[in-house]
Design a protein around this ligand. Structure first.
Ligand code: GUN
Length: 285
């Protein structure tokens, strides 16, 4: 059996078309959605992600502001910019690209962003709201994964879902969203004793480990939906995921490719959160 490919580019194109229409409607009524992106330091992968976010905004009719800081920037400078953006009513979303240089207190920076403009959904209050099922900005990558599962009508209620990885950005919010949708969720990580035991039980397997081709076909339950969140660069310059696509596709029922899977969906959900934030601001105005 060869798995159905869940095409993140195609789903993104559809959703971004809908978002562009909403952005145009808001703009016509006097509120153009606007995202401010802060990049500190010269991490090449972060620079690519930020460029893709800015381009995604432009194509959807969302205004973007980019602020770049040198690696040795004082945290106070970045915190000052965040305070300024928090107070600017024309800015609806603020994103600080992670990781930050080591001399930054990442938590303090994320908490400095106004909860109403936290379109990444990383502020502790948004995380708490999500965990309690209250209205919240949902972190973009796991939210994009949920959209992909919805797009192929994956049954979630009662499903066995296994998430490999427990990061604040992906693993933990992914587990919360799947739990809220009625799945029985297991979160595996580097300390998990028998990883294959867990992965082979999964109806839905989400890999967010950061290790190239870590999940092989023998770890996948036949017919499972396999979601690959990893983006790794191989020595030959090619991108690959955390899943060994070639062996997993012969076992899975559906699978996301890398590139062209979860990656574009992350940016799509960022655009969605920015448009939603602008729409809330317009309702209040
Ligand atoms: N670094 C890796 N993923 C992300 C993300 O989704 N948002 C931000 N701000 N930084 C990241």
């Amino acid at each position: 059996m060869t798995a159905r490919i869940i095409d993140g580019n195609a789903l993104s194109a559809k959703l971004r078309g809908e978002l562009a229409a909403k952005a145009a409607e808001l703009t016509a009524k006097g509120t153009q959605p606007c995202l401010a992106v802060i990049l500190v330091g010269g991490d090449p992968a972060s620079a690519v992600y930020v460029r893709n976010k800015v381009t995604g905004c432009e194509k959807a009719g969302i205004k973007s502001l980019k602020f770049e800081y040198a690696q040795d920037t004082a945290p106070a400078d970045v915190l000052g910019k965040i305070a300024e953006l928090n107070a600017d009513p024309s800015v609806h979303g603020i994103l600080v690209q992670l990781p930050l240089p080591k001399h930054f207190d990442e938590k303090a920076v994320l908490e400095a962003i106004s909860v109403e403009k936290d379109v990444d959904g990383f502020h502790a209050e948004n995380v708490g709201r999500l965990s309690q099922g209250q209205e919240a900005f949902i972190p973009c990558t796991p939210n994009g994964v949920m959209e992909m599962l919805k797009s192929i009508e994956t049954p979630l209620r009662g499903a066995e879902a296994v998430v490999i990885g427990r990061s604040n950005i992906v693993g933990k919010p992914m587990a919360m969203l799947l739990t809220a949708a009625g799945a029985t969720v297991t979160v595996c990580h580097s300390g998990t004793r028998d990883l294959n035991f867990h992965t082979r039980r999964a109806d839905i397997l989400v890999a967010a480990i950061g290790k190239p081709k870590f999940v092989t076909g023998d770890m996948v339950r036949p017919g499972a939906v396999v979601i690959d969140v990893g983006i790794n660069r191989l020595p030959d310059g090619k991108l690959c995921g955390d899943v060994d696509f070639d062996s997993a596709k012969d076992v899975a029922g559906a699978i996301t490719p890398v590139p062209g899977g979860v990656g574009p969906m992350t940016i799509t959900m960022l655009l969605a959160n920015t448009v939603e934030s602008a729409s809330r601001a317009a309702r209040k105005a």
